[in-house]
Design a protein around this ligand. Structure first.
Ligand code: SAM
Length: 228
């Protein structure tokens, strides 16, 4: 598909998401416009880059639908300079969106995104995609069990989890800053789950809100679901 067609489809999606209230803030609109989703999906599916649907990326995993990435970025209220931890790197696209907000190229005080993935082949995929799209300096991809967090760089200003667990993993609650926010789908192994927003009010106090129903692949690990 010609480049112009994809650009047109992206602008149509932006117009739809802006008018229905999914896209709210300037920084998320800017990031969605700037990060090339086509670099994060298999070449055979490029024409679907700006369809509002999840797409397969191999190893039984998916890149989330554009509206879901946008909702999570809006809920996280990301700001320039913040340190972000993502659990579930997948294709690397959502990490790039976050990086475009917390670490835009012109920023004097750039933040950073750390993203963990449990499947080695997807770690390689995410690294290659981020390199192609120009985000490899702003995003660090780590192989591991994200339910244990990544305490080497904690505390984080924001944590996002892009797979659904049975409960909020305790290590993640320990690893975000007071005043920070965690966004995570929690619920049944097989659809649907609730997207939970957790604010850390003090060392021991957390305020939870439920955004509503979502459908994510399982979070598999020590503090998630067991592997089959
Ligand atoms: N954020 C991704 C993107 O932009 O393409 C999409 C993520 S996909 C919906 C969920 C990912 O979470 C999968 O790649 C899966 O392998 C990964 N995952 C599941 N459990 C995990 C865990 N404990 N630690 C790290 N990654 C995990």
């Amino acid at each position: 598909m010609a480049k112009l067609d994809l650009e047109n489809k992206k602008e149509m999606l932006i117009a739809r998401f802006t008018s229905n209230g999914t896209l709210k803030s300037e920084q998320v609109i800017r990031a969605f416009r700037k990060v090339p989703r086509k670099e994060f999906i298999p070449p055979s599916q490029i024409k679907l880059a700006y369809n509002d649907t999840p797409l397969t990326i191999g190893k039984g995993q998916t890149i989330s639908a554009p509206h879901m990435c946008i909702i999570m970025c809006e809920l996280l209220d990301l700001q320039i300079g913040e340190k972000v931890l993502e659990i579930g790197a997948g294709s690397g696209y959502h990490a790039a969106l976050c990086a475009e907000i917390v670490a835009p190229l012109e920023s004097e005080n750039p933040g950073h995104v750390y993203t963990i993935e449990r499947i080695p082949e997807l770690v390689e995929l995410a690294k290659a995609n981020l390199e192609k799209a120009g985000y490899s300096e702003r995003v660090t991809v780590i192989l591991g069990d994200g339910t244990e967090g990544y305490k080497e760089k904690a505390p984080y200003d924001k944590i996002l989890v892009t797979a659904a667990g049975p409960k909020i993993p305790q290590p993640l609650k320990n690893q975000f800053a007071i005043g920070g926010r965690l966004v995570i789908p929690v619920g049944n192994l097989h659809f649907y789950q609730n997207l939970m927003i957790v604010d850390r009010v003090s060392e021991k106090k957390f305020k939870k809100q439920n955004y509503g129903g979502v459908a994510f692949v399982p979070l598999i690990g020590k503090y998630g679901y067991s592997p089959k």
